[in-house]
Design a protein around this ligand. Structure first.
Ligand code: FAD
Length: 396
């Protein structure tokens, strides 16, 4: 079989790879986009409950976890959320803000995949799916790839194969292996934006509460906190507050939840005691919290079985601290099976923040989730994929 030559080869036709391909294509580069899957952009298709939370109006570097917090600045500034929104609008895709600046398609995530494939088509990108990459090697002035479809050569090779989350959707450690092959440091990887599992004792305590959701402030030991909803599940705790805080949690640490974030509990008790002294604590609390949760906490002996007029000052103080500092030590997380992102990855010290090129390997680029950059929940991860893909697409 003859060797096929392209100026640019991108491995991984996900969010970052598609953006990089169309950007380079519009610059007149001859681009081949390879993927081992049958379908491109699979994570985009299932993201945001099928509506793709494609970016966030409030993108800022502080919303990214990375061993070098400055690394993301350049790429995010050069292709911002407003640039991506402009592309979405040019394609006539209707969208809306759900909450906290999070932008979702009105109809379907497929609109985003269709937009990116249309742009790739207009930019003259060649897309080839179902292609296994067997090996990669450096050549004089470029790279060669042995694949299930023969040998390919290119001047610029872009690795856009994503992280380890959701192996069912085709996630592979390919990008990390290539980095290691070229002696590029890969920082330890772990699941992020992932539900917590509970220790057996807590699991038994909260059995039966699955499906209950309430607004909380979740605080990690490092001091980071998120005000969003928490959800009890069959396995443990989930919901946006928990997914967010999971990225800042280390095994063995506790998480504090403020279960009544906006309430001056002592004042509230005074008011209720004055208005309805004989009201039971359980019925009073059920005005603020899901009834099933209050009942369970009382069954567990964590709430006194008293009326408001029977509560001592010490009772009120203890309840105040209980609800504002509800502490859980998670048993672990659900891991890559359900995680939205992979924390860690290709060390940003090894890459140019302007171009994503490996400092010690000219012509080799890493973009998207394979890099040690992970965003908060809410469109931040796709924006990193678009921005880093664009940064490399401008120079490959
Ligand atoms: C369930 C779920 C929902 C999510 N929802 C959102 C959301 O709403 N908003 C948001 O911002 N982020 C969301 N994310 C995160 C977001 O999907 C990722 O951060 C983003 O897709 C990363 O883009 P990427 O291009 O780096 O990797 P990916 O999109 O994962 O693309 C990687 C591509 O590489 C290909 N590939 C992998 N290994 C190989 C190999 N060995 N050979 C060839 N090709 C390979 C894969 O087939 C895939 O096409 C979600 C993630 C999950 C799991």
């Amino acid at each position: 079989m003859s060797v096929k030559q392209h100026q640019v080869i991108i491995i991984g036709a996900g969010a970052a790879g598609l953006m990089c391909a169309l950007t380079a294509g519009y610059r007149g580069r001859d681009v081949l986009l390879l993927d081992n899957a049958k379908q491109l952009g699979r994570k985009i298709l299932i993201s945001g409950g099928g509506r793709c939370n494609f970016t966030n109006q409030n993108i800022e570097p502080g919303a990214y976890l990375c061993s070098n917090p400055h690394f993301v600045k350049s790429a995010l500034a050069r292709f911002s959320q407003w640039d991506f929104i402009a592309m979405v609008e040019r394609h006539g895709i209707d969208y809306h803000e759900k909450t906290l600046g999070q932008l979702f398609c009105d109809d379907s995530a497929k609109d985003i995949v269709d937009m990116l494939t249309t742009e790739c088509d207009w930019a003259g990108v060649k897309i080839q799916l179902r292609t296994e990459i067997l090996s990669v090697a450096a050549t004089d002035g470029g790279y060669s790839l042995q694949t299930s479809e023969g040998e390919y050569r290119c001047k610029s090779l872009v690795i856009a194969t994503g992280g380890l989350s959701m192996p069912k959707l085709g996630a592979t450690p390919f990008g990390f292996r290539i980095a290691e092959q070229f002696a590029i440091k890969v920082l330890p990887t772990t699941a992020g934006l992932v539900p917590f599992t509970l220790q057996p004792e807590d699991k038994a305590r909260f059995e039966g509460l699955s499906g209950i959701s309430l607004p909380v402030i979740a605080k990690a030991e490092c001091g980071r906190q998120f005000r969003e909803a928490m959800l009890f599940t069959h396995r443990g705790l989930s919901g946006p507050a928990v997914l967010q805080i999971s990225s800042y949690w280390q095994p063995g640490q506790s998480v504090l939840f403020d279960l009544l974030p906006d309430l001056d509990f002592v004042d509230w008790c005074k008011t209720i005691t004055a208005e309805s002294p004989k009201l039971s604590l359980k019925n009073g609390l059920s005005r603020l919290l899901p009834k099933r949760l209050v009942e369970r906490l009382q069954e567990l002996g964590e709430l006194p079985n008293k009326n408001f007029n029977q509560l001592s000052k010490a009772d009120v103080a203890a309840l105040d601290s209980y609800f504002h500092c509800w502490q859980i030590q998670p048993g672990g997380t659900e891991g890559y099976r359900t995680a939205e992102v992979t924390l860690g990855g290709v060390d940003t010290d090894e890459l140019s923040s302007k171009t994503m090129e490996a400092k010690r390997h000219p012509g080799l680029y890493f973009i998207g989730e394979v890099v040690d950059v992970s965003g908060w929940l809410g469109g931040y991860n796709f924006q990193w994929a678009w921005s880093s893909g664009y940064a490399a697409g401008e120079v490959v």
